[in-house]
Design a protein around this ligand. Structure first.
Ligand SMILES: [Mg+2]
Length: 207
């Protein structure tokens, strides 16, 4: 795939909602280890709004991403939706006016990360979703293929590795940090759900 159409992006988003829903309980159980146990519900709610908000017609991916980002920000609250909304808004800000090619897709995902960095001070190693998002976007940017499916798969692989790496980390950000060493031994719920998101994007782009 050399260009990312609105139709393909909507399929990626729909697949993300489907895959996240399948694992909703797993994400909430992980969140309950070092948090309030609502992460599965939070990410399913935010992605449900995202799919509903993606209604713009035609090849205006930039407009669709803006609708998604604002929809999430306006209709949901909490850190999960703030970060997810910022991600889609940042992607929209950096989306080309025309249908994005491989370089355009890389720029979109980098834009999503840049906008999330304005919302959270979490760094790599703090045991958060940033441990997935940062390596995934970096791997996508470093991918030399001009095939968007390849780029998304490289991102999904790095995301999965990033999520696994949070198992051995001690939480150093947010309320989870109060759990100290007890936070070691389980993956971070947000890291795992974001890796599920990247895997679902790659999966949908193949079909
Ligand atoms: Mg929570």
């Amino acid at each position: 795939m050399k260009q990312l159409t609105v139709e393909t992006f909507k399929a990626m988003l729909g697949n993300a909602l489907r895959r996240v829903k399948e694992r909703e309980d797993e994400f909430s159980k992980l969140d309950a280890v070092i948090g309030d146990g609502d992460h599965g519900t939070a990410i399913v709610t935010a992605l449900t709004v995202a799919v509903k908000a993606a209604t713009a017609e035609g090849n205006e991916l930039k407009a669709v991403l803006n609708d998604i980002g604002f929809g999430i920000m306006l209709e949901t609250s909490g850190s999960t939706s703030t970060l997810l909304g910022a991600f889609f808004l940042g992607m929209g800000d950096h989306a080309a006016e025309t249908v994005p090619d491989a370089a355009g897709v890389k720029a979109m995902f980098a834009g999503g990360l840049a906008n999330i960095r304005l919302q959270t001070k979490a760094k790599q190693g703090d045991k958060t979703m940033m441990d997935v998002l940062i390596p995934a976007v970096e791997a996508m940017n470093a991918c030399s293929s001009d095939d968007i499916g390849d780029i998304l798969q490289v991102g999904a692989d790095a995301a999965l590795q990033g999520a696994k790496a949070t198992i051995d980390m001690q939480a150093r950000f947010g309320r989870a940090r109060n759990y100290g060493e007890r936070s070691i031994g389980h993956a971070d719920s947000g890291a795992v759900s974001w890796s599920c998101l990247f895997a679902a994007f790659a999966e949908a782009a193949k079909n």
